[in-house]
Structures are given as structure tokens and as C-alpha cells.
Write a protein that binds this ligand. Structure first.
Ligand code: 13P
Length: 250
């Protein structure tokens, strides 16, 4: 009923040859009959080559960002149409690294989200609390606030085109994975918020994936939780074997 998804976010870590090697290695060990949506997110310059290599392989290619304008004088930026012209399947928005290092606030993220959905590119939208929020027990409030200012400003959503990624910032790249129980309680909370906003049918169908130091040895316990529909994987997605082991943990 809900799509299971495992997406590898390669961040700014691999060059062209390394991207090609990663894809070829994933293709060798990945069984496309697995009932999981497998995605990779290479850097902009390698998206075209990546999408060519993934054609017909049941591996979706995502961009790590996109501009909120459709066209124009925005030096250094990349538009949705540009991504679509090279068969990119979706875009990650709202990642905490973009919020923190590139000052992407909720207003800008709402514009990016709107323009992406209006132009039919699937969005993997990230939310999550900081270490301080978690310590103060503010994580539910923080996540609700992020959703209120972005996703929930959209009147209707299509679960085929929008995935929520819960990525607690304190777990990203730190080796501190949220426990399966911690992940489940926030995912369940998000699903309840989705139900209040859009109704049960939509909330039941919207995939909510977890990100933050997921490794092959921690994936299964997290993915087993009822409201966890997969993962957004950083470091471990740079090893084809680890990435595929995580895919198989679903
Ligand atoms: P890590 O898996 O390296 O913690 O990164 C998670 C992440 O930020 C995925 O977008």
C-alpha cells in the first residue's frame, strides 16, 4: 500500500568517475525485482550521465536541490525544466545542510516545493530537529512548525509526488542513529499531522522515510517500524554493498 523507498544522498562527495563506478557497482548487486523504490542523488554535473546509466534499471535519479524560479537571470542555479530535460526523476528539498549552510528558510522552501509539485517533479522533503530541540524535548513542536510553514501550506498533496524525510540533525553524519522507537514516534506523529491536514487516505499513502546515520546493521530494526517507509542514506550510500544491504533490509 505505501511505497518503500531507499534513497542515497551522495552530497558533495563523488566526482564523475566515482559516480559511474558507484552506479555500475550498485547495478551488479541490485535485484530490481525488490519491491522498493531505489534512488540515488548525485551532484548536478553528473546527473545526465547517471540518469543514462540508470535507464531501465529501476533506479531513480534525484537532484540534491533546485531553484524556485522556472527560468531567468539566476547565475549558478539549476531549474526544474533543466532537470527534466535530462530525465531526473525527483528532487531533495529542505535538507538541513541546505537550511544551515545556504540559509534556505521555510519561505524559500515553500516556493521550491510549490514550483516543483506544480511542474510535476517528485519531491523528497526533509524536516528534522536539532540536538538542542531534542534535548529540550521540542522535537515534535519543531517538526510540526516546519510542516506548518511549508508542506501544510499546500492545499492538496499527491503521495505519488511527495515523500517526507524525517532527518533529525543530531543523527546526520554523527553515527548517532535515532533508536527505532524514537524514529517511529516521530513518524507516527507526522502521519497523524498529515491525517489531520489531508485526511486518512492521503496520510496512509504518504511515504515517510528516516535519515540519519542509517547503516546496514541498524536499518532493519528501523525499517520494521510501522510508520517508517524506508530511508534517506548519506555516508552508507557511498558503499554499494552497504547501500544494497540497506535496500534489502526493508
Ligand atoms: P548520514 O547517513 O551520513 O547520516 O546522512 C544522512 C543524510 O543527511 C541523508 O540526506
Amino acid at each position: 500500500m505505501r511505497k518503500k523507498i531507499v534513497a542515497g544522498n551522495w552530497k558533495m562527495n563523488v566526482d564523475l568517475n566515482e559516480s559511474i563506478d558507484l552506479i555500475e557497482s550498485i547495478k551488479k548487486i541490485y535485484d530490481p525485482s525488490d519491491d522498493v523504490e531505489v534512488c540515488i542523488a548525485p551532484s548536478f554535473p553528473f546527473l545526465k550521465e547517471s540518469s543514462k546509466l540508470c535507464q531501465g534499471e529501476k533506479i531513480k535519479v534525484l537532484a540534491q536541490n533546485v531553484n524556485d524560479n522556472l527560468k531567468g537571470a539566476f547565475t549558478g542555479e539549476v531549474s526544474i525544466d533543466m532537470l527534466k530535460s535530462i530525465n531526473v526523476d525527483g528532487v531533495i528539498l529542505g535538507h538541513s545542510e541546505r537550511r544551515e549552510h545556504f540559509n534556505e528558510d521555510d519561505d524559500l522552501l515553500l516556493r521550491k516545493l510549490k514550483v516543483s509539485l506544480e511542474n510535476n517533479i517528485k519531491v523528497y522533503f526533509c524536516i528534522g530537529e536539532s540536538f538542542v530541540d531534542r534535548e529540550k524535548n521540542n522535537h515534535f513542536e519543531k517538526v510540526k512548525n516546519q510542516l506548518d510553514k511549508t508542506v501544510f501550506k499546500i492545499d492538496s498533496i499527491d503521495p505519488e509526488n511527495l515523500v517526507i524525510a524525517y532527518e533529525p540533525i543530531w543523527a546526520i553524519g554523527t553515527g548517532l542513529t535515532a533508536s527505532p522507537e524514537q524514529a517511529q514516534e516521530v513518524h507516527k506523529y507526522i502521519r497523524n499531522l498529515l491525517r489531520e491536514r489531508y485526511g486518512k487516505k492521503i496520510s496512509d499513502k504518504t511515504s515517510i522515510i528516516y535519515g540519519g546515520s542509517v547503516k546496514p546493521n541498524s536499518a532493519r530494526d528501523i525499517f520494521e517500524k510501522e510508520d517508517v517507509d524506508g530511508g534517506l542514506i548519506g555516508g552508507a550510500s557511498l558503499s554499494p554493498q552497504d547501500f544494497i544491504d540497506i535496500v534489502r533490509s526493508i
